[in-house]
Design a binder for this molecule. Sequence first.
Ligand code: PFF
Length: 449
Amino acid sequence: MNENGNNREQWGSRVGFILACLGSAVGLGNIWRFSTTAGENGGGAFLVVYLLIVLLIGIPVVMAEFTIGRKAQSDAVGAFQKLAPGKPWFIAGFMGVASSFIILSFYAVVAGWVMKYFFGYITGALVNVPENDFTGYFVNFIGKPVEPVLWQFIFMAMTIGIVVVGVQKGIEASNKFLMPMLGILLVVLAIYSLTLGGAKEGLTFLFSPDWSKLSDPQLYLEALGQAFFSLSLGMGALITYGGYLKQENKLPTAALSVGVLDTFVAVLAGILIFPAVFAFGLDPAGGAGLVFMTLPNVFDQMAFGGLVGAAFFFLLFAAALSSSVSLLEVAVAYFMRKFDWNRKKAVLIIGSIIFVLGIPSSISQGAVPITVMDRDFLTFMDELSGNILLPLGGLFIALFMGWGVKKADALRDSDFGNTVIGHLWFWSVRVLAPVAILLIFLNKIGIIG
Ligand code: PFF
């Protein structure tokens, strides 16, 4: 029995909880996905919309997930069943568990590429331009049928290794180590990148918006999807993590810290990547390959580039691992409760299923042409989760908080109480967030706008 009167595992400290949530939030999304999406959507204009969405929708929904999780002390599905028995809200939880399978399946593939690149820098294979240049090297590597799957397997095995140890000794302990290291590496690399001569152009690209871009509805959908993906929102990861929190640990500052720091890391990653890209005359809209094909050129031309490359890919690996741990935990927590499985059984079974589910994403990169709706399978899974499932999940979570529970309860359970900021938060989840998400959706599918 713990202090909450149940037998569930718990975080050791509030800081441990915040670091774990930050570990979940900061991931490939901040570095690989953010730089790609910002680069393809014009940089500055994207950033402005992104920041507004994080502040007005993202952080309030983080608060909603924390509130639901801590109150219910359960997993993504169980939380809704406990707080609203007999009502259909738990479907949002099911969507979340499904999203965790989908996201982790392709996430581990990309994380596997990151590991390959890290070893490439350590062993020297990537320190000099390969025979077929960096683009050829990448395309050739991801097009192989077996090797990328092996890296994906190693990455999944490491994720499984952490989650199997448990909430406090596995997830919390690994994040306490990974997050500070990641912060230091990122700051050092960003400062170095600013000394390379492309700082002015890179920073202009990122920070001075071309307002004409704001007329493109795609920009809003991409910014919304990116915000949800980056903050780990809309699939119950933060409900699940909040479910291991003691009642006395306060929520609002935790939500604010996670939202602000996650965004800070994304911007810092932009400051690291774009000046370097411009310094070497490369294209910022380089797409998903930006990190794997463009940046190695940058490292190649830098002093100590091999070392910087190794540090960069290690950073990316650490960020990916702490996020994948949270993705796996969403499904594991659900299956442990629902089927009374122990942690080991749940982790091994679900981890294996997700690994197998990821294989089509891996081989769709060249070995076997698997496409859905004109996209390769990995891109399809990425867009399905980021642009559809997570915003939809976020919509339900906001609606639940804003309409499914009494206002007085929401204010009390969130620790806001009867404060101005509490009322603002409540109106955000009740009206602003749902309306904004719906408008962006409808606009995108061409019903309005
Ligand atoms: N937030 C992670 C990233 O930015 O890479 C990805 C992610 C993790 C999404 C956990 C959703 C989630 F539940």
